[in-house]
Design a protein around this ligand. Structure first.
Ligand SMILES: Cc1cc2nc3c(=O)[nH]c(=O)nc-3n(C[C@H](O)[C@H](O)[C@H](O)COP(=O)(O)OP(=O)(O)OC[C@H]3O[C@@H](n4cnc5c(N)ncnc54)[C@H](O)[C@@H]3O)c2cc1C
Length: 369
């Protein structure tokens, strides 16, 4: 039976583990954290991601846990609409929409689709690049080092700050700070519209969620690591004072405990390949992108099903004979489209925060509506 080691039990690693396990591979998923992810705000899942979840056998469970969104509006801070974004329109498939799912629900659905014991928590993989490229990983469990059986493939799914990416491909392929910091959370306020509102150096988004709550997010131009001395809530209220409804209502209701803050990074420059020997990169390790298009996790799911298909063939049976050819096919199918999305996402983030030529930006968006 062909064997895979997977480094990192985020969305990319767990989804790949499901695909390969269902295709009959012997999979070990190494995760450095000691327990499953339990926090995190909501993720937008585009139709291609829902199709990928169907292919992994968990689409129905994800639909049941998700809230569909029909369309979103981009606005100016006074509420003037600039553009409407609609999955049906963009994908040209009637009935398609984006679904919002809590990150912890998605992690639970993916994690429980795996046979018990597949995920090994508290195992930080540290093997040398040569070992990993040959199919061997060394992991440290609770401070004790241990080796592993040789695998046909090592799937590198250790996220945007991937140490294995830089070890395999070079120090220059690091995560790059975008100059923007994101704040987000969920609050018990009822809203009726999906909207993202753009202003100079900042933006604010709201998405109605199930059970009468609202998922909100903001992003700001900020130096790396900066945190508000007087608290994030006070900063948000000051920066977004006077912006259109329901931003004020949301800000009135949030408390410091509701706010999560992360600086935004992407992988730059684009990688010359997603494959190094028997090692293959998926998810943010390969193409970490800014959240501006809401596509990072979606593309991680598509990576997982594409890699599974390449490694198992159309028949979906275990196949380990031509791993090199399968990984080259995966690279051909996934590198260009995901790198295009990386560039588009970063460009979108810059336009949303534009301080200059705002009139031209707004005009272009209105024409595009
Ligand atoms: C503010 C924000 C909003 C977003 N919104 C959306 C959205 O709406 N829609 C969308 O599709 N995407 C969104 N994204 C992107 C999405 O969160 C990521 O693309 C996705 O989580 C990447 O998953 P991953 O599995 O590749 O990486 P990660 O989730 O980072 O998982 C990597 C895992 O590897 C583990 N690990 C790291 N090193 C090791 C090691 N040496 N050994 C073992 N384990 C290791 C880590 O502990 C972690 O569990 C958003 C991102 C942000 C920051």
């Amino acid at each position: 039976m062909p064997r895979a080691h997977i480094i990192g039990a985020g969305i990319a690693g767990t989804a790949t583990a499901i695909g390969l396990t269902r295709a009959g591979w012997d999979v070990t998923l190494h995760e450095r954290a000691t327990h499953p992810e339990i926090s995190g705000a909501a993720l937008g899942m585009w139709p291609t991601a829902i199709t990928a979840l169907d292919q992994l056998g968990v689409g129905e469970a994800a639909r049941a846990a998700a809230t569909p969104q029909r369309a979103g509006t981009v606005r100016r801070h006074d509420g003037t609409p600039l553009a409407t974004l609609d999955a049906e329109h963009i994908t040209r498939h009637p009935g398609d929409h984006v679904r919002l799912i809590a990150r912890r629900d998605l992690a639970h659905i993916l994690g429980t689709a795996l046979p018990a014991g597949t995920i090994r928590y508290d195992r930080a993989v540290q093997g040398s690049a040569d070992d990993v490229a040959r199919g061997r990983v060394g992991a440290e469990t609770g401070g004790t080092a241990g080796g592993s059986a040789l695998a046909d493939v090592v799937v590198v799914a250790d996220g945007v700050f991937s140490a294995h990416r830089t070890a395999l491909l070079g120090e220059r392929y690091r995560a790059r700070y975008t100059g923007q910091s994101a704040l987000r959370g969920r609050v018990a306020v009822v809203t009726h519209e999906v909207s993202e509102t753009w202003g100079p150096g900042r933006r604010f988004g709201v998405t109605p969620y199930r059970d009468g709550t609202t998922n909100w997010y903001a992003s700001l131009d900020a130096p790396r690591g900066q945190r508000a001395a007087g608290g994030e809530v006070a900063l948000l209220r000051e920066l977004f004072a006077g912006w259109h409804d329901p931003i004020g209502q949301v800000l009135d209701a949030i408390t410091e405990d509701d706010v999560m803050r992360h600086d935004l990074y992407d992988v730059h420059p684009h990688l010359p390949t997603y494959v190094a020997g028997r090692a293959v990169l998926v998810g943010d390790a390969a193409h970490g992108m800014t959240p501006d298009l809401g596509r990072g996790a979606c593309e991680a799911l598509v990576d997982a099903v594409t890699l599974t298909r390449c490694l198992t063939g159309a028949e979906g049976r275990p196949r380990a004979g031509d791993v090199d050819g399968a990984l080259a096919r995966y690279d051909r199918l996934r590198r260009r489209p995901t790198q295009r999305l990386q560039s588009l996402a970063r460009g979108m983030g810059r336009v949303a925060h534009a301080r200059r030529l705002v009139g031209v930006r707004d005009l272009l968006l209105r024409v595009a509506r």
